[in-house]
Design a protein. Structure first.
Length: 184
């Protein structure tokens, strides 16, 4: 092939690219779609990307239930069923291994980020407060909201009753379960 043939090939490629770009710019100008005023759906526990929106403000503090009243009547069987979601990343057996998340045997009443042999995120390591009923209740609703930067990607449990049932079940998964507080 001589240089004349190569020039024709290069010209054809460049001409095609220019044609595609012109069609794209024209289509964008003709069919401009405005951004939606509200999202089509909201994923629970995932903060909105628009930082200027009022929706990204910290969520209103949820009123905690009276654990002295709700825990004795909680459905531990339903809590065990809900725990199946947890068991994809956590082991609940005594002396069981750490998985993607730490072993949860005895988690109720245990200091945060204290299970031996697990590499916690720096966000979780920032506090070694004890996992109280209230802390677990808030954390299970939205882990990212309670501990921003946690490695736990679980979106959370929206239902208050599901969280109470799960906490009641997790409370039984211990050698010495944390006592249920008195009724208020």
């Amino acid at each position: 092939m001589d240089s004349w043939e190569w020039n024709k090939i290069a010209g054809a490629v460049l001409g095609t690219l220019m044609f595609v770009l012109i069609v794209k710019f024209t289509a964008d100008a003709i069919f401009e779609a405005p951004a939606p005023s509200k999202p089509g759906y909201v994923v629970e526990g995932v903060p909105e990307a628009n930082a200027n929106s009022a929706a990204t403000a910290a969520p209103a503090e949820e009123k905690l239930p009276d654990f002295g009243t709700v825990l004795p009547t909680a459905d531990i069987g339903a809590g065990k069923e809900i725990s199946a979601r947890c068991e994809q990343c956590h082991d609940l057996s005594k002396g069981g291994p750490n998985k993607i998340g730490p072993n949860l045997w005895g988690v109720v009443g245990r200091a945060r980020a204290s299970h031996p042999g697990f590499d916690y995120s720096s966000a979780m390591m920032a506090s070694h407060d004890v996992w109280s009923f209230g802390d677990l209740f808030r954390y299970l609703k939205s882990p990212q909201a309670m501990v921003p930067g946690t490695k736990m990607s679980f979106a959370g449990l929206r239902s208050e009753q599901d969280r109470v049932n799960l906490i009641a079940y997790l409370r039984t998964q211990s050698d010495s379960p944390l006592p249920i507080p008195p009724k208020k």
